[in-house]
Write a protein that binds this ligand. Structure first.
Ligand code: PBG
Length: 337
């Protein structure tokens, strides 16, 4: 997390550099965006392309599309294939080999550590961070009949669904957003849970039966936020990216990722965390760790100054660990291999 902090300071520097009238040579360069080919990944890359073009008229931006391990392995639950960064490694290699300049990521899929030579330059404004209940027949989890079948790709959602409704059958649902909706429509599930942000970005708002509030389903760290990774030595590029950075979102995601990192969790673990900005520069962070069957769920929360986002995340993680999160996570990892 120190990396973000360092990069944000660096951003201040490059913003000044930018305004000091050095932009002419920069405008002639082409920015290559490495991206996966899923519609959601392409939406995010196109969003960054459009933002760069709006801030820097005349600049050239290209998409370089690629397929990642995470796109290839579709028949195994994410928790089993594990491997942090399943969706990012190929994009990172492309940047390190100078076949691309930036990669655009959903922050919830970005591993905590970056390879030598790469770092997170920018976090863009957050879309809605919640999960969405999607069904062709029912309005909400509470509305589902006894024993109904729910599909979800994440242990975090499974914990919270089973805690609320131990009678429901929850199974793994993999694939991109369209694939998952297709499985629902084919009748494989009575309902599925997806990130609201993905549905909104793909103009699938009509599929959302209910936006689940964080009290009922605490989101994953970084959910709904898009981040931009680039080579750490490319200060010229960072100057161009600087206007896309959103400090409020960055503070929230910093706290969430600090908690995840201290718990050694990623997107594929039964951990929820969600930070909100409150009046007087306060940050409110909530965290959750649980067993996928919902039989044990730990929750805690913390508030403090926004400029201590990272420390708040670490403290909350340590409180959860002291309350037994360690034991819960060990049990989950040993069961899921
Ligand atoms: N794990 C896949 C993933 N990564 C990011 C999003 C949605 C958009 C976001 O959180 O920014 C999704 C789809 C989902 O969980 O339904």
């Amino acid at each position: 997390m120190w990396f973000i902090v360092r990069q944000v300071n660096l951003l201040q520097f490059v913003a000044e550099f930018w305004h000091s009238g050095q932009q002419d040579s920069i405008m002639s360069r082409t920015i290559r965006i490495a991206t996966r080919r899923s519609l959601l990944a392409l939406w995010q890359a196109e969003y960054v392309k459009a933002e760069l073009e709006a801030h820097h008229p005349g600049i050239q931006v290209e998409l370089v599309t690629m397929v990642t391990q995470g796109d290839k392995i579709l028949d195994t639950p994410l928790a089993k294939i594990g491997g942090k960064g399943l969706f990012v490694k190929e994009l990172e290699t492309a940047m390190l080999e100078n076949r691309a300049d930036i990669a655009v990521h959903s922050m919830k899929d970005v591993p905590m550590e970056f390879p030598e030579g790469l770092g997170l330059a920018v976090i863009c404004p957050r879309e809605r961070p919640t999960d969405a209940f999607v069904s062709n027949h029912y309005d909400s989890l509470d509305d589902l009949p006894q024993g109904a079948h729910v599909g979800t790709s994440s242990l975090r959602r499974e914990v919270q669904v089973r805690e609320r409704r131990p009678d429901l059958k929850v199974s793994s649902l993999r694939g991109n957003v369209q694939t998952r909706l297709g499985k629902l429509d084919a009748g494989e599930f009575d309902a599925i849970i997806l990130a609201t942000a993905g549905l909104l970005r793909l103009k699938l708002d009509a599929r959302i039966r209910r936006e689940i509030p964080p009290e009922e389903c605490l989101p994953a760290g970084g959910q709904g936020a898009v981040g931009i990774e680039c080579r750490s030595d490319d200060t010229e590029l960072m100057a161009l990216l600087a206007p896309l950075h959103h400090a409020e979102t960055a503070s929230r995601v910093l706290a969430e990722r600090a908690m995840n990192r201290r718990l050694e969790g990623g997107c594929q673990v039964p951990i929820g965390c969600y930070a909100e900005l409150m009046p007087n520069n306060q940050l409110w962070l909530r965290g959750l760790v649980g067993l996928p069957d919902g039989s044990q769920v730990l929750r805690d929360e913390i508030s403090g100054p926004t400029d201590q986002a990272e420390a708040l995340g670490i403290t909350l993680a340590e409180r959860l660990l002291a309350a037994g999160a360690d034991r819960i996570l060990k049990q989950v990892y040993s069961e899921r291999g």
